[in-house]
Design a protein around this ligand. Sequence first.
Ligand code: FES
Length: 110
Amino acid sequence: MTRVVFVERDGTARVVEGKPGDRLLDLAQNAGEPLEGTCEGQMACSTCHVIVDPDDFAKLPAAVEEEEDMLDLAAGATRYSRLSCQIWLSDVLESLTVRIPSDSKNMQGR
Ligand code: FES
């Protein structure tokens, strides 16, 4: 198992377990985190944007150009922003910590 720590809008941390190979967006949505992911990973929306803990950011493979372009459109993006639809869990990412941007919504608009 690979644990992911989601830091909620109110600052509380929530640990969710996934498996290597799981996509972070799917893990978040299955756990009820408010990430919309409108385009389901086609890199056409940026509604799956998360802010990665700086200590974990360097463990991720570099973003491809299309991801960088979509992050330019993400509300509240920082230098540690990534698209959760482009992150797959692995042993290297054990305890990956990501913050949900405050303007995020899930498919129910919450
Ligand atoms: S789900 Fe649309 S860019 Fe990730």
